[in-house]
Design a protein around this ligand. Structure first.
Ligand SMILES: Cc1cc2nc3c(=O)[nH]c(=O)nc-3n(C[C@H](O)[C@H](O)[C@H](O)COP(=O)(O)OP(=O)(O)OC[C@H]3O[C@@H](n4cnc5c(N)ncnc54)[C@H](O)[C@@H]3O)c2cc1C
Length: 461
């Protein structure tokens, strides 16, 4: 894909216009390219990628956010990249989740045996965890769907699972996945995360994994980092992109999309995919159809998640492994990962790049949150680590555009189709399961299927 100026756009050259070049828009463009389609991406910012982005600070390559990629072996995001990039990117798996509860460290148990030996609680806590663990791991997806309108906390209470340490560990795990505490996260989404499933698995398979353990941790990072990945995705797409091109109107006539407007210029086309956050759409979509107006108004109220990531460049390697660590006490929701242990190219030789992430705390300033992240047991876990900091950089941003709370689970979301024919929506606030980049890939998958299906039908008609 090449950059072109707005005044050189000839829309007759493209099969699809994509408004917004974030992960959702770019992955849609990537899959459409493989179908032989030409795309035009209109991006408001001065670069592509949206919150999927890397940049350099004092010799360290930082990602926007933490970017440990979930479901590297089974998920939609990695599947997209393996299918459409040649050679496929190389992922490095992490070595597991380690939860620190005061001075004790334990993983999430994956079998009954591990649960009964769990070092983080006493015997009663372990038995409680084993009971709820069996229930979750053997639960079918359809049963989980029944819990989409209650919170995870309500689910746990209804099942008598109230051991505080267990709840705190779950709190920390769910925070990362849903972007909200267990008092707000949808039980359905939390259960899927804990079972680590997007699709149905047999009850027998679940029971086998429960007894023997799955030993499967398929999260990791990519060699060359996000920067290289985004570059390769852009290179592989067929078509053009325009930067500094905010789409300010998407126009409908007789129920069909007819054009979009950018900086006073109208671009006519009958197939548009929008990666623009749904919260901005009521102002952008121009329609006299009440159904269309109501649709965009309703979905503009989705609640996003807000994260803060503190990047620390250390003048020597202190952590040096690929474990995902979560500090559970004194306050849950602090996640630590040594990114340079996955991909050494993101830090100067002999040095280490560490990220600490958490969801933002309402009412606290950025500076206060940075102090909280550097405290909360971090120095006790790694004595002396704070003395080795030579680069410090904090980022705040929405992490996904819809928190996984009741009313906005993947079962509730809109998309990929809209009431306007030929107009589709993509992004982490539209249909899509999983978290972050998985979600963006799932939604891109949905759009591409819908688009190809509708094009087929149109041709037949
Ligand atoms: C702090 C943080 C931590 C994260 N951690 C992880 C992680 O560990 N693992 C993981 O998988 N994911 C993670 N993510 C999430 C992942 O990066 C995002 O979910 C994903 O990149 C969002 O993609 P999107 O397509 O939904 O949206 P966006 O990135 O929001 O893309 C929207 C695009 O549309 C453009 N746009 C907006 N309005 C207009 C307009 N009017 N006209 C034209 N263009 C417009 C924007 O500029 C942007 O480029 C993290 C994100 C953050 C910020």
């Amino acid at each position: 894909m090449q950059e072109i100026p707005l005044n050189q756009v000839d829309t007759s050259k493209y099969d699809v216009i994509i408004a917004g070049g974030g992960a959702g828009g770019l992955l849609t463009a990537l899959a459409l390219s493989a179908e032989g389609k030409q795309v035009l991406v209109l991006e408001k910012a001065d670069r592509l990628g949206g919150v999927w982005h890397s940049y350099w600070v004092d010799g360290y390559r930082l990602d926007q956010g933490l970017h440990v990629i979930t479901r590297v072996t089974r998920g939609a995001f990695a599947r997209f990249l393996r299918t459409y990039l040649s050679p496929p990117p190389e992922f490095v798996l992490h070595e597991g989740w380690y939860f620190r509860v005061y001075d004790k460290v334990g993983t999430i148990p994956s079998s009954i045996g591990e649960t009964l030996r769990w070092p983080l609680t006493g015997v009663r806590g372990r038995l409680g965890l084993a009971r709820i663990g069996v229930k979750i791991k053997t639960m079918k997806l359809d049963e989980m769907k029944k819990y989409k309108d209650i919170t995870f906390q309500e689910f746990m209470e209804a099942n008598g699972a109230t051991n505080q340490v267990m709840l705190d560990v779950m709190q920390s795990a769910i925070y990362m996945a849903a972007g909200v505490p267990i008092t707000e996260a949808s039980a359905y989404e939390a259960l899927r995360t804990l079972k680590d499933t997007d699709k149905e698995s047999s009850k027998l398979g679940s029971i086998k994994r429960l007894i023997f353990g799955s030993g499967e941790y398929d999260e990791g990072y990519v060699i060359g980092g996000m920067e290289e990945l985004i570059k390769r995705v852009i290179e592989t797409i067929n078509g053009d992109y325009v930067l500094n091109a905010p789409v300010d109107q998407i126009n409908e006539q007789d129920g069909r999309v007819i054009s979009c407007s950018v900086a006073g210029m109208t671009l006519f086309h009958n197939c548009v995919v929008s990666n623009i956050p749904l919260w901005a759409m009521p102002k952008i979509v121009k329609s006299s159809n009440q159904e269309t107006i109501d649709f965009f108004k309703k979905w503009s109220n989705l609640r996003p998640t807000h994260g803060i990531t503190l990047w620390l460049g250390l003048n020597k390697t202190v952590i040096g492994d690929r474990k995902n660590r979560v500090l559970v006490h004194p306050g849950p929701n602090r996640w630590i990962v040594s990114i340079s242990s996955f991909d050494p190219s993101c830090a100067p030789k002999g040095k280490e790049l560490v990220a600490i992430a958490m969801m933002t705390i309402p009412g606290k300033s950025k500076e206060e949150m940075v102090e909280i992240m550097k405290g909360n047991g971090f120095e006790e876990y790694y004595p002396g680590i704070l003395d080795h900091i030579e680069m410090e950089h904090a980022q705040m941003s929405y992490a996904t555009r819809a928190a996984l709370i009741p009313g906005q689970t993947d079962l509730d979301r809109p998309g990929p189709r809209t009431p306007i024919k030929g107009f589709y929506i993509v992004g982490t606030d539209t249909a899509g399961s999983g978290v972050g980049l998985q979600q963006a890939a799932q939604s891109a998958d949905g759009v591409v299927h819908a688009l190809l299906e509708d094009t087929e039908i149109n041709r037949i008609l």
